[in-house]
Design a protein around this ligand. Structure first.
Ligand SMILES: [Zn+2]
Length: 389
């Protein structure tokens, strides 16, 4: 989701990154603030003063968004939820939750604390602005007033009950709490997300037509982003619920393709990859997995050397993100699969090769569960039968 991000620093143990797209926002913000907004608010200052105010205002907003996300991250950590880090991008910020909240209570508090942080920042800036006004510091007062307004807008926008905005998460937690049904709560909160997204697209389009080209396009983009995020969240929750009690062993490929370390790359390509139409092969001797070979590893060796290079020499070593144990939760495997970039996981029991997992295994597994649920044998019943028997 974030292909081009720059790691900035760590704050309270969370790594803070910035997506390239944020620079467009920062540039636009500094430009508008220094040439239009601040000259209107505080006339008769020099251009240099306006630029300084704009840079401080943009930096203040940047810091405000980090604090908003940090509040989410700290509370999530308090509930034992793993956090991937905080990323700022063109539409604001995101604290990546690696795991969905386990109950309505944690979901509620993790979500609500963001807007609470923004309102608190707004209140602090408001009081400071009054102080600056009393001291006759017009420029500083204008910057603080700007931060008061933007943080208030940030809190109010995020409180709209449209999933995946904070307000949508609050709504989901309340429905979840009342009904005990996470999927239903997610579906309803996501309807609001899609609806609000559509509303933003329509009003953005109207704005565009009436002459505000930039503001209009901006709103259309945010609306599209929200609607897409809502449908993605709905699918993610459905998948997570279907995989709830499943482990890697339940869905892995049990007869993985493996090749001995002593064969040449030419043999590996012709006898294994081409002949069996597979992109990946595990290199293993005596059941002990050494590494894996995929297109990337093959491409590193010029074809003229395929006959004198051995599979063992080009095998990529396993990392935490390319390996999973049979007992690990299936949802953890899915996360690794989606983030490691190889489309492939090796299942190891110690260093012994137990299987492989690819997206196709998940698709099969989920479709079987769905079919079985249709004939009345839900995954829970099936799970109970298995452990009971
Ligand atoms: Zn938030």
């Amino acid at each position: 989701m974030f292909p081009a991000r720059i790691r900035l620093f760590s704050l309270l143990g969370f790594r803070v990154s910035i997506d390239i797209s944020w620079f467009f926002l920062a540039f636009y913000l500094v430009l508008t603030l220094s040439t239009r907004y601040f000259p209107e608010q505080v006339p008769h200052l020099g251009l240099r003063a306006y630029i300084a105010m704009a840079v401080i205002g943009a930096a203040g907003l940047f810091l405000s968004i980090i604090l908003h996300e940090l509040a989410h991250a700290v509370v999530a950590r308090g509930f034992g939820l793993p956090i991937g880090g905080i990323t700022l991008f063109i539409f604001g910020g995101v604290a990546e939750l690696k795991q969905e909240p386990a109950n309505p209570r944690s979901e509620f508090w993790v979500a609500i604390v963001g807007p609470v942080a923004s309102i608190s920042i707004a209140a602090g800036c408001f009081v400071a602005a009054i102080g600056a006004e009393a001291a006759g510091l017009g420029g500083i007062e204008a910057v603080l007033a700007f931060l008061t307004i933007t943080n208030t807008v940030l809190a109010l926008f995020n409180l709209v009950p449209a999933f995946p905005l904070d307000g949508g998460r609050v709504l989901r937690s309340l429905i979840w709490w009342r009904t005990g049904n996470l999927m239903r709560a997610t579906r309803i909160a996501c309807w609001f997300g899609t609806g609000f997204g559509a509303l933003l697209v329509l009003s953005g389009f109207a704005l565009f037509v009436s002459g505000d080209r930039l503001g209009g396009s901006w709103q259309v983009l945010i609306g599209l982003f929200l609607a897409a995020a809502a449908s993605q969240a709905r699918n993610q929750t459905a998948t997570a619920l279907s995989l709830k009690d499943a482990t890697v062993a339940d869905l892995m490929e049990r007869a993985p393709l493996s090749a001995p370390p002593g064969i040449t790359v030419a043999e590996l390509v012709n006898d294994y990859l081409y002949r069996l139409n597979r992109k990946f092969v595990i290199i293993a001797g005596d059941g002990q997995a050494i590494g894996y070979v995929g297109p990337e590893q093959i491409k590193k060796v010029p074809q003229s050397q395929w006959n004198e290079t051995y599979a063992r020499a080009i095998a990529a070593s396993f990392t935490h993100e390319t390996v999973v144990s049979p007992a690990a939760p299936a949802i953890e495997a899915l996360r690794k699969l989606q983030s490691n970039g190889t489309g492939h996981l090796t299942v190891l029991e110690g260093s012994k090769l137990a299987g492989t997992v690819s997206e196709a295994n998940f698709v099969n597994f989920l479709s079987v569960r769905e079919e079985l649920a249709c004939i009345g044998a839900g995954p829970r019943e099936a799970g109970t039968a298995r452990t009971g028997g």
